[in-house]
Design a protein around this ligand. Structure first.
Ligand SMILES: Nc1ncnc2c1ncn2[C@@H]1O[C@H](COP(=O)(O)OP(=O)(O)OP(=O)(O)O)[C@@H](O)[C@H]1O
Ligand SMILES: [Mg+2]
Length: 627
């Protein structure tokens, strides 16, 4: 998309003094007008919606903080509040703990001229990237998607910066309309909806709450934009609801399936995103102030019945969509309040996804499939964000339908085929009084009493968890768990050393280690190695990824795994090889026909277990599968 659009204007801080601000506004408008004249003539305007200017419109001033210059908002408040910011909260207190320095006493000493000068400087510095002439950017990519009903355009731009710019534009909603929606109409919506705060926070009532907000939003918009067609009204309603019930401006990137992560480091820097194709990018989005970041963190916390405040400034939680959220507050995070949102994969990862994306070769996948079929326990290792949980999801989809699976996670990330015999469980943090905690260990001990055949564990971090895990393996359960380690050797050494401390002689209950790897340079994820675990934790690497050629190389033969399979199923090494080849053909056939959805893969795998000839017949005929 080679267009550089005017991006959204966020309502800003209160001006220091009306007269000075008017002068600055004039100056900024003049400089913007000059720049707009430089924009190529074919630049389309984005103002499809009426740009209604509320009489109480504020100008777009970012908050000024740190670097010795106090926030203008606050200094204005000292001189008298004009009440324009009252729409900020929906009855949600913004405690001062969420705010960044400096202290009020420091503010009083700063001369007004300095504040204003700094404000002009900041305003120019923070000017939305998308408003600059397109000629200065190389457009790497562009695409569109819907954020609920809102059409969004994304351009990935390369400019002088070290990282690409992820530029968001919402062509259907003009800047003035946005401002009106975020202020007056949002306040109207809140007073129009007749709902209790407990209803709003109840995850089970989500659909009902959203429907009520939708009705109210349409009513409020009908009053304010009487002539607007219903389709456009729905777009505005979505925007209004996202800004009232959801995470406001962050909702747009959170609906982009190309993104893995959306992070806010503070209110001065742009929001960053991790793009599947381009890695880390800066966005043209910036949160208004530290309080807003705090408000979002507090909202996420309340929805899961938790709190984030000065006494507990760290939060791990998740959104109703399943996205994982971490939040930290200033001064623990020194530059300001932070939010780190890991987008939950809307399409659960399957083994065929991974093969098609070249993460794993069909041979390695088939070997691991045989291990899962043969009830052998495996650990999935890898670094942060390397794809451990995604691999665990793909692997769990290979478990036979007639076996009982119990999964244990801190936040629900796994999604297995709907027809599997599966009991997903999640841990719970203690309440503010320190009561009610259900730890991973509690769940693991409890899982053993639920007669599981397979236990799937989100992440093993501590000794007691590992002890229970190995105990489960020794008592005849097959266990799949993730562990943070960069390679198979490190996995073993993490397991046997503090704080996990598994005795070496216990390690042979574990059949193998699969290591996931994210190569940052090329931004690809690969299965780095698959190794079997022999006596006393000795490793035999069967497959290893050759990074230079981007191929997986066989570096050893199954030994302890082959012995165990032979012991329990009577298959000779030659028959094991034939089994693996057979599975390779099934996997290749599934990939060829695009069977990647979790239920599709699960259904074929289950049919294969029940009646292999039926599936192998389709594979031989290269026929489609009748689901
Ligand atoms: N093979 C893959 N190819 C492309 N993207 C992947 C692959 N595996 C995972 N991802 C994506 O990478 C991101 C991180 O994946 P995942 O959560 O599985 O990693 P992780 O190792 O479990 O992370 P953490 O250490 O934070 O628990 C997700 O957005 C996921 O969709
Ligand atoms: Mg994970």
């Amino acid at each position: 998309m080679a267009r550089s659009k005017k991006s959204s204007k966020k309502p800003g801080s209160k001006p220091a003094s009306k007269k000075t601000v008017e002068e600055i506004v004039k100056k900024i408008k003049e400089s913007r007008a000059m720049r707009e004249r430089e924009v190529p003539a074919d630049e389309p305007e984005d103002d499809e919606m009426p740009a209604l200017e509320p009489s109480s419109r504020k100008e777009d001033f970012p908050r000024i903080e740190d670097e010795g210059v106090p926030p203008l908002e606050d200094s204005e408040e000292e001189g008298g509040d004009d009440g324009e910011d009252d729409d900020e909260d929906e009855g949600v207190p913004s405690p001062s703990v969420g705010a960044a320095p400096p202290s009020p006493s420091e503010k009083a000493e700063i001369p007004k001229e300095l504040e204003v000068a700094a404000m002009v400087e900041r305003t120019q510095e923070f000017e939305p990237i998308a408003e600059r002439p397109a000629s200065r950017h190389k457009v790497l990519d562009s695409y569109t998607f819907l954020s609920e009903a809102i059409p969004v355009e994304i351009s990935i731009l390369r400019k002088e910066d070290f990282v690409p710019i992820y530029s968001i534009s919402i062509p259907g909603i003009a800047g003035g309309t946005k401002l009106l929606l975020e202020t007056k109409l949002r306040a109207e919506l809140i007073s129009d909806v007749k709902l209790d705060i407990t209803e709003i926070l109840d995850p089970k009532k989500q659909q009902m709450v959203k429907a009520k907000f939708q009705d109210s939003a349409m009513r409020v918009l009908g009053r304010n934009f009487a002539q607007l067609p219903e389709s456009k009204m729905r777009i505005l309603a979505s925007y209004l609801i996202q800004n009232t019930l959801g995470l406001g401006e962050l909702e747009t990137p959170l609906h982009d399936d190309f993104l893995e992560e959306v992070v806010v480091n503070n209110s001065r820097d742009p929001v960053w995103v991790y793009h599947k194709k381009y890695g880390w990018c800066k966005t043209n989005l910036r949160l208004k102030n530290e309080e807003r970041i705090y408000d979002y963190a507090a909202l996420v916390a309340r929805k899961v019945g938790r709190q984030i405040n000065i006494l507990s400034p760290l939060l791990d939680a998740h959104l109703p969509s399943g996205d994982r959220v971490n939040a930290t507050l200033f001064p623990v995070s020194n530059y300001g309040n932070t939010l780190t949102i890991r987008r939950f994969s809307r399409n659960p990862w399957t083994i065929t996804n991974l093969i098609r994306g070249k993460t794993i070769s069909p041979e390695v996948a088939a070997t691991i499939w045989l291990c899962v079929q043969s009830e052998l326990s495996l650990v999935v290792a890898g670094g942060t964000g390397s794809g451990k949980t995604s691999f665990l999801n793909a692997l769990s989809g290979l478990i036979p339908a007639n076996q009982r699976i119990i999964s244990i996670e801190d936040t629900r990330e796994l999604t297995l085929p709907s027809f599997l015999h599966w009991v997903p469980m999640v841990t719970r943090e203690p309440n503010p009084e320190g009561k009610g905690e259900v730890s991973m260990l509690d769940l693991m001990v409890n899982a053993l009493r639920q007669r599981p055949d397979r236990i799937v564990v989100g992440e093993v971090r501590r000794q007691r968890e590992a002890e229970v895990l190995f105990e489960a393996m020794h008592t005849g359960h097959s266990v799949y768990a993730t562990l943070h380690a960069d390679n198979a050797q490190q996995t073993i050494s993490r397991l046997v050393n503090p704080p996990i401390n598994v005795p070496e002689e216990n390690l042979d209950a574990l059949a193998g280690v699969v290591v996931q790897y994210r190569q940052r340079r090329k931004n690809v994820r690969r299965t780095l190695e698959f190794a079997e675990v022999q006596k006393m934790g000795k490793l035999n690497t069967i497959y290893r990824w050759d990074s230079k050629r981007d191929v997986t190389v066989k570096s050893g033969n199954l030994s302890s795994i082959a012995n165990t399979i032979e012991l329990y199923s009577g298959l000779t090494p030659r028959e094991i090889d034939a089994e693996i080849l057979e599975k390779v053909s099934v996997l290749n056939w599934m990939v060829k026909h695009g069977y990647e959805a979790v239920n599709e893969v699960g259904s074929i795998v289950s049919h294969y277990y029940r009646d292999p000839e039926e599936v192998l017949g389709a594979v031989k005929r290269k026929a489609k599968w009748e689901f």
